[in-house]
Write a new protein. Structure first.
Length: 97
């Protein structure tokens, strides 16, 4: 992946992948592949995601109920959260640079 991750976002990615792998063999890898696809796309086109207040952007994953929350810093995405779409809205707000 060609983006920088907040340490807690990296943990969220790992935790979600482990959860999905526990649900069905290979599903965790599918989740990681989807997030990698999104982050690669955002690295090429950083302004692609939906813009929010405070220069935040988001891009939902396909197939999985997760959204990549990021800021563009120095032309590269800085991933603030790999956020579940139905849990604790804006819990990641304290990570904004």
């Amino acid at each position: 992946m060609t983006a920088d991750f907040h340490p807690l976002a990296a943990s969220e990615l790992t935790d979600a992948a482990v959860f999905y792998e526990g649900q069905a063999p290979g599903l965790g890898g599918d989740f990681l592949d989807e997030i990698e696809r999104l982050v690669t796309l955002l690295s090429l086109y950083p302004d692609l995601g939906r813009q929010h207040a405070e220069d935040l952007r988001s891009m939902p994953a396909r197939r999985f109920p997760y959204t990549v929350i990021y800021q563009v810093i120095g032309g590269r995405p800085f991933v603030l959260a790999i956020a579940h779409q139905r849990r604790q809205p804006r819990y990641w707000a304290g990570r904004i640079r």
